[in-house]
Design a protein around this ligand. Structure first.
Ligand SMILES: [Zn+2]
Length: 78
């Protein structure tokens, strides 16, 4: 389940939101503004393909924090 970071454009408050399906945060938990922008995900479970589609990159099955491959033969991180 991806967690996205959002930032309120009114008070610049940063907050995380657990995205389930197509749900989106309706407002800022700090000031109640509906003007929130999604920030870069800190998890990186998905990436955009060349044509804009969402491509699952290892989908959280990788145990490696140093690379995106499912095994760590290339980067040595374990
Ligand atoms: Zn706010």
């Amino acid at each position: 389940m991806p967690i996205y970071e959002y930032q309120c454009t009114e008070c610049m408050h940063n907050f995380e939101y657990l995205v389930m399906g197509s749900s989106v945060p309706d407002n800022c938990p700090a000031c109640g503004s509906i003007s929130v922008n999604k920030q870069m995900s800190t998890c990186g479970f998905t990436s955009k393909g060349v044509s804009g589609e969402t491509v699952a990159s290892s989908a959280g099955t990788s145990s490696c924090s140093g690379c995106s491959s499912t095994n760590c033969s290339s980067c040595g991180s374990l």
